[in-house]
Write a protein that binds this ligand. Structure first.
Ligand SMILES: *[C@@H]1O[C@H](CO)[C@@H](O)[C@H](O)[C@H]1NC(C)=O
Ligand SMILES: *[C@@H]1O[C@H](CO)[C@@H](O)[C@H](O)[C@H]1NC(C)=O
Length: 317
């Protein structure tokens, strides 16, 4: 009776596994430069930055590490020639690519300040938007809260209601071709999830689960007692079933993740101004001074807090 036996095995094995993933990488301190490469490309989002290579970044102190931290920052000493290149900055991309996985980002500090547009996200740059984009940490001009978002090829939408999440639906059409590529965003329920407030409390943890039929993102503040043990202390496995309701929940009800999401790199970057932060309506609404590009050109010391300090990135598959 082979058939019933295999059915019995399935019914035992599947619930036991639940949403358990096994650790494949824990990246800390100097290991970031082994697992990620600097991208000295022209910013695809038209920011007032010049992404530098590793030699320049190290020489100018724009990347640095200790045994427990990795820091990436923007140049904060140079007054820019308005007709010359943008402010030196950093963009790093993971060597590995990922399909279904969990990634826990333990972040101590994120870039803050007028004109800043930091992001931690997943993408296949060679085939955007057809392989999908998952934005985990993103915001502009110190405007909290954090925004989670997907960007895809045509015909991928998210439900506007019945989302089992604590965050707020901002928009539901994920297609990059629609709504000026606004994506299908979710605003965090926690005003400390982004910018100066996030940094003031020493940061926190962003955890993303990309499964076959959904993408979830959770956020815990640094001092949140409810942070799961397997998030706060990375070990061999994580069980996302025990993490409670996520801040953002993207179900595959009217998208087809199988065709819209491929194998993605992880990216951290710091851009300034550009298509989002530098959009005049967005920049003015934030209460930031002058025009975005002029502010970046003339005020190097305004970028002293425009840095990522990462404690660790733990990846499970
Ligand atoms: C929402 O998710 C939480 C955490 O996974 C779960 O306990 C709860 O039953 C879910 N609620 C609904 C309505 O699906
Ligand atoms: C640049 O930023 C660093 C780190 O925040 C700070 O120590 C330094 O004083 C800043 N330099 C200037 C010129 O503002």
């Amino acid at each position: 009776m082979k058939f019933p036996l295999s059915l019995a095995l399935v019914s035992i094995v599947v619930p036991a596994l639940g949403a358990t993933y096994s650790q494949t990488d824990v990246i800390t301190g100097p290991e970031f430069l082994k697992n990620f490469a600097l991208e000295d490309i022209v910013d695809p989002t038209n920011g007032r930055v010049k992404y530098v290579n590793l030699a320049t970044a190290q020489q100018d102190g724009l990347v640095s590490s200790t045994s427990t931290t990795f820091t990436m920052r923007v140049d904060n000493t140079t007054v820019l020639d308005p007709n010359g290149p943008g402010r030196n900055s950093i963009r790093i991309k993971s060597i590995n690519t990922y399909t279904t996985h969990v990634v826990v980002a333990n972040i101590n500090h994120m870039p803050q300040g007028c004109a800043t547009w930091p992001a931690f996200w997943e993408v296949d740059e060679a085939d955007w938007p057809n392989q999908g984009e998952i934005d985990i940490v993103e915001g502009v001009n110190d405007q909290e809260p954090n925004m989670y978002s997907l960007h895809t090829g045509p015909s991928c939408t998210m439900p506007s209601t019945d989302r089992n999440q604590t965050g707020t639906v901002l928009s539901t059409d994920c297609s990059a071709a629609d709504n000026s590529n606004a994506g299908c965003g979710v605003g965090s329920s926690d005003s400390n999830s982004y910018g100066p407030a996030f940094n003031l409390m020493g940061g926190g943890w962003y955890a993303t689960e990309r499964a076959e039929s959904f993408i979830k993102v959770w956020f815990w503040e640094r001092n949140d007692d409810s942070v799961p043990v397997d998030v706060a202390n990375p070990g061999n496995t994580v069980n996302t079933d025990k993490w409670g309701t996520p801040d953002a929940y993207f179900p595959d009800t009217s998208c087809n993740f199988g065709t819209h999401f491929g194998s993605l790199n992880m990216i951290f970057d710091i851009t300034l101004c550009g298509d989002f932060a530098g959009n005049p309506a967005v920049y003015e609404k934030s209460g930031c001074p002058s025009t975005c590009v002029d502010f970046v050109n003339k005020n190097p010391s305004a970028f002293s807090e425009a840095y990522w300090e990462l404690a660790s990135l733990s990846i499970y598959q």
